[in-house]
Design a protein around this ligand. Structure first.
Ligand SMILES: [Zn+2]
Length: 136
């Protein structure tokens, strides 16, 4: 999965802004390339849990569709824990086709990793930080 540097920067900026609560949102793109991110409100306002605001979630899915984008991932932050899915993240992962991106700020160190979660099984998806190769 290719993640553009400006999007990665935006995800960390959002995570740092929202900390100590978890930040969250959707990722859109095509062909294994994340080209857009859609920040969403964590209506739980918790430090170790997030839930999307249902109205925002609906509006975002609609906006993505209107732009011809597919939702290919979800992201959330772990302000004080490692960049891997928690047992709850695994339990709540409902879509085996999207990549789950986790942004960790633990120990003031920025870490981002991606995973597919299928029937409780976690498989890391390597993230390549790169520019949009279609432009070259
Ligand atoms: Zn989590």
């Amino acid at each position: 999965m290719i993640l553009q540097p400006d999007i990665m920067e935006s995800l960390f900026t959002q995570a740092e802004y929202e900390a100590p609560i978890e930040a969250c949102g959707y990722l859109a793109g095509t062909d294994g390339q994340i080209t857009r991110h859609f920040p969403l409100t964590n209506i739980d306002g918790k430090e170790d849990h997030f839930s999307f605001d249902p109205q925002e979630q609906f509006a975002t899915l609609k906006a993505a569709r209107q732009e011809g984008l597919s939702i290919i991932g979800m992201y959330h932050s772990h302000p004080a824990s490692p960049a891997r899915p928690s047992p709850e993240d695994v339990r709540l992962a409902y879509d085996p086709t999207i990549v789950y991106i986790i942004i960790s700020l633990m120990n003031d160190t920025r870490t981002v990793r991606g995973f597919y979660i299928r029937k409780g099984e976690v498989v890391e998806e390597p993230l390549t930080i790169g520019e949009n190769t279609n432009d070259q």
